[in-house]
Design a protein around this ligand. Sequence first.
Ligand code: SF4
Length: 327
Amino acid sequence: MNVLEIRDLGVDYLSGTGAVHAVAGVSLDLRRGEILGLAGESGSGKSTLANAVARLLRPPAAITSGSVVYHRRDGTEVDVLALRKNELRAFRWKELAVVFQSAMNSLNPVSTVGAQIEDVLRIHEPEMSRAERAERVVELLQRVGISADRRRSYPHELSGGMRQRAAIAIALALNPEIIIMDEPTTALDVVVQRDILGEIRALREEYGFAVVFITHDLSLLMEISDRIAIMYAGRVVETGTAEGLHRAARHPYTGGLLRSFPRLRGPREELLGIPGTPPDLRSPPPGCAFHPRCGLAMDECSATMPALVPRKGGEVACLLNDGTGVS
Ligand code: SF4
């Protein structure tokens, strides 16, 4: 059962020298209660895609095509791209919340973390009494591993990990069905990062929300995700279960990403990286955008853009798609 359906979504950055196609024809489903990892190098379009879904894009970025449909539990549908400003405010907190990489930038520096959670509750749950709000603040902070007495702390008085936990508590305030996490642990050290990842999984089990988890670190996504979508040059090039991609990635780019990060489990392997750099999206290469960097490229790869087609357990966009695996 899908909670979100993205179809043929396109986002351009409009500049004086022409349009940059940051997201091009992306179709993706988010299932109720799953953790969907979104991976790719910087500039692959993953954050732009998430911001488009949350309607957080600012000019010069503009949605140029496609649809985003949200399915409520009661069976009704919401056309996200058609929401008006006042509807959008409620949608963003009650149905979908976003946690950004730098909590320092998303938290209000002149307000305590407790007051910031209370503000969300006061605006969106006006029938709640003051005592109920105070109780909920403590409950939320404790749920993300912050002791009740820290509700009076300002963001600068908290460690990086605690700030990120506070941002997650704010996102959880209204029990949304979807939480988008854009590199939420990238700035943290590995131990804190793993603690928070464990907590996100535990919270998902408890509350049943779906997560879109964005990072360039595919090995980290393998740890936390149920399914993973790989983006390159604004397009989804492979989807699959975390286990399926770990066992046999089918797109050469996925294979390259897997070899670029140390695996958190299993034997040590040499890190190889991916040769070259991501394409300039003002003039992407013809055919498969990955062909200048692909060690398996054939003549036709520079002429034909591969479509994303179903494969056992997922989808892949590669002309070599014979199902033998490339990792
Ligand atoms: Fe490589 Fe060709 Fe597949 Fe693109 S279509 S990933 S260039 S083999």
